[in-house]
Design a protein around this ligand. Structure first.
Ligand SMILES: Cc1cc2nc3c(=O)[nH]c(=O)nc-3n(C[C@H](O)[C@H](O)[C@H](O)COP(=O)(O)OP(=O)(O)OC[C@H]3O[C@@H](n4cnc5c(N)ncnc54)[C@H](O)[C@@H]3O)c2cc1C
Length: 223
């Protein structure tokens, strides 16, 4: 489940109903999402009305916390698996879960020091599954490039942590408090230009139809 997707919460609700209908507990790995740049570019190429993903990192962090809480509310429907290398996100999971069981996940070769203290050093040690990529060099090259893009981004937790100039208090700021503060002070930055307006004012982008959206299909059929 990719928390950067605007549909993350509705999809989780759908999964909860599916679990109840089938009487099966569903394992769900909650991530933020590794294909943000691609999602943005595809939406622009298709001339969609809007982006399917959040366009600010902070909003993805807030969405992750909301998805996490929803999953923890239904421990009989979801086997909760929280994957992240962000210390704030992991701390938030530990606090939100209290006694509800959940699993942490990290990638092989990343977050070792942080997870060592969580898994072995904490008063209540947590289970952590480690994912290792498997494949030939064609698959692994793509994987490596994704990790480089992810960790090279200046908004990434890992990147900010490596910046000695950045105060720790800024790195671990609560995204919800941050969002509330920004709204209260009217400090929201300019939003990302919508896919249909990427060439504006020179010209309008050609209009694409998101046929995977029921609302778009219904409107098209009605016409
Ligand atoms: C064990 C494991 C398994 C994973 N499996 C998958 C998987 O199956 N599918 C998948 O897609 N990813 C997967 N990932 C990668 C994951 O989605 C994240 O890309 C990665 O974990 C970075 O997020 P973070 O919480 O660790 O770090 P953070 O630095 O807190 O978050 C970085 C993330 O924020 C989001 N972001 C960055 N900029 C913006 C922006 N401008 N607007 C909105 N959002 C933004 C992106 O999702 C980016 O990856 C996995 C990660 C782990 C640890």
């Amino acid at each position: 489940m990719q928390a950067y997707g605007r549909r993350a919460i509705p999809v989780l609700r759908w999964l909860r109903r599916l679990s109840e209908e089938t009487g099966k507990r569903i394992p769900v790995r909650l991530v933020k999402g590794a294909y943000w740049d691609s999602e943005i570019k595809w939406a622009q190429e298709r001339g969609l009305a809007d982006y399917p993903v959040f366009t600010r990192k902070r909003n993805t962090d807030v969405s992750y916390l909301a998805c996490m809480r929803l999953m923890l509310t239904y421990p009989r429907q979801f086997q909760c698996q929280f994957a992240s290398h962000n210390a704030h996100t992991i701390a938030a999971a530990t606090v939100a879960a209290a006694n509800t069981p959940f699993e942490l996940q990290r990638l092989h070769g990343m977050g070792e020091a942080m997870y060592a203290s969580i898994v072995a050093g904490a008063p209540e040690p947590r289970a952590c599954r480690i994912y290792a990529p498997v494949g030939d060099h064609e698959d692994l090259l793509g994987y490596l490039v994704r990790r480089l893009l992810e960790n090279g981004a200046n908004t990434s937790f890992v990147n900010r942590l490596a910046d000695n100039e950045m105060p720790i208090s800024r790195i671990i700021r609560d995204p919800v408090e941050d969002a509330e503060h920004e709204r209260a002070n009217g400090e929201a930055p300019k939003p990302l230009v919508r896919p249909r307006d990427v060439y504006w004012p020179e010209r309008r982008n050609s209009t694409g139809l998101a046929l995977d959206s029921a609302a778009v299909r219904t409107a098209l059929l009605a016409k």
